[in-house]
Design a protein around this ligand. Structure first.
Ligand code: SF4
Length: 330
């Protein structure tokens, strides 16, 4: 795809749903895409600021190659400004770190060296470095490595179409169901994210959804019901929902940690909406995966480790119902 198009004297960046209209020399909201000499230059292409080998469960993805490693990378910058960001030191960083160029081939070589089944584009918002991610992803597929996007879901629809067949799985944050909160406090847009979640699903990208429960911001019964019902109705009851605990960070220092009671209330609301797989994150619970049909424990976890995986070719060993997800390729 072309990552930008001309409109009058400006270029429109097509990477995310902000669709920034940039004059020559101007940089978009994300701080890393700039109109330079009649094209949009991705300023972080080849300059990851974080490279780690993580369990795929840490993304979090619980139904995608469980127990495997994901070679994880991120750059600086973000197209949102969430006041509670837990990765703010890189997502809100404005200074470019352009000392050592890391070519897409080198990322794939490192993933192979560390025996990773996937490469995860994560830590900051990967949509804003999509030209880099896309090239890595194509090379990764050639070597049998899968690709994961950990994203705020504010891609352009053009990018989601372009990802199809290249990005295999996504964990998408659905941070709220309040359009004003999304716009004013987070710098995003609820409507585009809801459309994109359906778009990911339609295009066959394996999808898990995460909601960070922030006390007083998105923890009312009404809002949690709206989120859970949307997932159940539009994405399917077997879409995993990760509800995770907030702790004070960045500009949001005055709110308390999310209580276990609130997380369990959210879980009960999710079950009531019909969701089969709800996982509580950031509080050290074990979070087993159970069969939707007969309740047999299929995968047991301790932290980010899998202590037992009882799936047989992706199915329950008791009633043989397939578990939704991607299991059989490692
Ligand atoms: S990635 Fe999004 S925020 Fe950044 S320049 Fe492009 S449209 Fe704007």
């Amino acid at each position: 795809m072309h990552y930008y198009k001309p409109e009058g004297s400006r270029l429109v960046c097509l990477l995310c749903a902000h669709y920034c209209h940039l004059k020559e020399g101007q940089t978009g909201i994300c701080g890393v895409n700039q109109n330079v000499d009649g094209g949009i230059k991705n300023l972080v292409y080849g300059y990851p600021i974080a490279l780690h080998v993580d369990p795929v469960e840490k993304k979090p993805l619980y139904h995608f190659l469980p127990g495997s490693r994901a070679f994880s990378l991120g750059t600086i910058g973000c197209n949102f400004k969430c006041p509670f960001c837990q990765n703010w030191s890189i997502s809100q960083e404005k200074t470019l770190h352009v000392k050592e160029f890391v070519a897409p081939e080198q990322i794939v070589e490192m993933a192979l060296k560390y025996e990773c089944a996937s490469i995860a584009y994560t830590y900051n918002e990967p949509t804003i470095f999509y030209p880099y991610a896309h090239e890595i992803a194509i090379l990764a597929h050639e070597k049998g490595i899968k690709n994961i996007f950990v994203t705020n879901g504010f891609e352009s629809s053009e990018v989601i179409d372009d990802m199809t067949g290249v990005i295999d799985a996504a964990n998408v944050d659905l941070k709220s169901f309040n359009p004003n909160y999304y716009k004013k406090e987070l710098g995003g847009g609820l409507e585009a994210i809801l459309e994109n979640l359906k778009h990911f699903k339609r295009n066959g990208i394996w999808l898990e959804v995460t909601t960070l429960i922030v006390p007083t911001k998105n923890d009312s019964d009404e809002e949690l019901k709206a989120i859970a019902s949307f997932i159940a109705k539009e994405l399917g009851c077997e879409t995993p929902w990760h509800i995770s605990a907030f702790h004070p960070d960045y500009h949001e220092q005055s709110l308390p940690n999310t209580s276990l009671q609130t997380l369990q209330r959210a879980q009960a609301i999710g079950h009531e909406a019909g969701l089969a797989h709800i996982y509580i994150g950031n509080v050290g619970l074990e979070n087993p995966t159970r069969c939707f049909t007969c309740n047999t424990i299929l995968i047991e976890r301790k932290g980010y480790e899998i202590s037992e995986n009882r799936l047989v070719e992706g199915c329950c060993p008791h009633c043989h119902k397939p578990l939704a997800g991607v299991f059989d390729e490692i």
